[in-house]
Design a protein around this ligand. Structure first.
Ligand code: TXA
Ligand code: MG
Length: 338
């Protein structure tokens, strides 16, 4: 089993190669500002099924269609007015929107939900590629199902073989590092608030000027809003245990939990104290910079796997709003707390 070929996304020859693979119904990993995606032509059923097989992803878990612009989304679904306003404000960028219905997209992309999901990623070469293909790219995060997402080409190469993913377009490390904000616009049709399904770099506060919106947890009136919410996500091999409070308090609490094969993920302030334990300590960044911790999270969880951590004692960062809230949600999910 050989490893996927990694080529720079900035090289025009790389785009040619990727375009050819998409036209041949193959899977290619693409960089985005959030996380890497495992992409295929969203209108090609056979190609899309290869994504599910490579990821070992359950068939009932739908995929986001990545478009080059609003006009491309318009070809596959009827878009409400607010969709245009939000796209104008936040695209290209880390915002995914659910809308009712879909036509012309492979049925396994929709996965029986009766709704399409669209995002325009903020990566110029990938947008050019989608434009040239002239079809959306269906893409989930480029990790094995249930594992931490991939924020570098090396992460993708670690998880997949060339037989499933022949090519990885390397766009360097992702600038955001956490998946997009997901917004379900359908409830607006019934005069109810839109639903913030997944927290991301675009916060509830950012969205509120544009529409009536509220957060969801797992179920809304007995209905699951997104099949993906029920699956375990982002999880390293070791047990992930989270600590809260000031860096000093977290250090005191963490040091009481040390066992064999512990790895620490601390705030920068904690490093000198934790290092005295003699166990590996990874730097999640300063306590007042949840954006840096968010950017590093998946790489740090993957490093814990490489280090053979049986238990990961992990700091948390301020989580009131924005990326800090998104970070906390991913950490809790990775720890199996939600
Ligand atoms: O930032 C991102 O959103 C990245 C990059 C690659 O764009 N993609 C990503 O995809 O995180 P994925 O599949 O790992 O997470 C998307 C989530 C899943 O939980 C999935 O169930 C849900 O969105 N989802 C996607 N399309 C849906 C649909 N039509 N209806 C309901 N849920 C949907
Ligand atoms: Mg994912």
């Amino acid at each position: 089993m050989s490893k996927p070929l990694i080529v720079p996304v900035q090289d025009p020859a790389s785009l040619e190669r990727a375009l050819q693979l998409f036209q041949d119904g193959k899977v290619v990993a693409i960089p985005t500002e959030t996380v890497y995606g495992l992409a295929a032509d969203a209108t090609n059923e056979e190609a899309v099924l290869k994504i599910f097989a490579a990821k070992k992803r359950p068939a009932d878990n739908p995929l986001i269609s990545h478009v080059a612009d609003v006009a491309m989304a318009e070809r596959y679904a009827t878009l409400p007015l607010v969709f245009y306003k939000l796209a104008e404000a936040f695209w290209p960028g880390p915002l995914t929107m659910f809308v009712r219905g879909a036509h012309g997209i492979a049925s396994s992309v929709i996965a029986g939900t009766g709704q399409a999901s669209f995002r325009m990623p903020n990566q110029p070469q990938v947008l050019e590629l989608i434009r040239r293909l002239d079809r959306p790219l269906a893409a989930p995060s480029a990790n094995l199902s249930g594992k931490p997402s991939a924020t570098s080409a090396a992460h993708v190469a670690h998880d997949f073989v060339a037989e499933d993913v022949p090519l990885i377009l390397d766009g360097g490390p992702c600038t955001v590092g956490l998946e997009s904000t997901i917004l379900d616009l359908k409830p607006l049709e019934e005069g109810k608030p839109a639903l913030l399904v997944r927290e991301g770099a675009i916060s509830l506060k950012d969205l509120q000027p544009f529409l009536d919106v509220q957060r969801v947890e797992y179920f809304v009136e007995g209905m699951m809003v997104s099949p993906g919410l029920k699956y375990r996500h982002y999880s390293p091999q070791g047990d992930l245990i989270l600590f809260e409070g000031t860096p000093q308090k977290m250090s005191t609490d963490m040091l009481q939990h040390v066992e064999a094969r512990t790895v620490f993920i601390g705030t920068t302030e904690q490093l000198p104290v934790l290092e005295k334990s003699g166990f590996p300590v990874l730097d999640g960044g300063p306590y007042d910079r949840p954006d840096i911790a968010a950017n590093r999270l998946y790489d740090l969880l993957r490093q814990c796997d490489t280090l053979g951590a049986r238990q990961i004692l992990c700091a948390t960062w301020p989580s009131e709003e924005g990326i800090g809230k998104a970070l906390r949600q991913r950490q809790k999910k990775a720890a199996g707390l939600i």
